[in-house]
Design a protein around this ligand. Sequence first.
Ligand code: RB5
Length: 146
Amino acid sequence: MKLALGADHGGAEQKEALRTHLEAQGYEILDFGTKRSDESVDYPDYALAVAHAVAAGEADLGILVCGTGIGMAIAANKVRGIRAATVTDVDAARLARQHNNANILALSGRFTPLTVNIEIIEAYLSAEFEGGRHQQRLDKIAAAER
Ligand code: RB5
């Protein structure tokens, strides 16, 4: 599975650690930056790069990290076909996949510890979309995009 990663300065440190962790787990990583936590950058630049890669099928799923995970999700969700979820706990991570078929996870690099973000990613990646009534709801969201 190929994962697209992106972060702003608020998430850069965790993104680097997550990249190392995910590569060790055997995931192929497309890293859109940024690497530095000491240089202020604009989160939409990274959110949109990851969102376009996922929407185009260049990556299967995306993981974004900013200070809160909120701005990244707002920006990524402007790209057609993207369902980005800001997640700060393991249960929401599982449900973001099972019910919402989220194709991007947006994480907080400032308020969620790295160990918890690793658990969140594991819960998200190991869950499966349940389809059925949830697909019907996603179809309504997709119709609103058209
Ligand atoms: C950057 O300071 C911060 O606003 C950003 O990382 C993020 O939290 C936005 O939602």
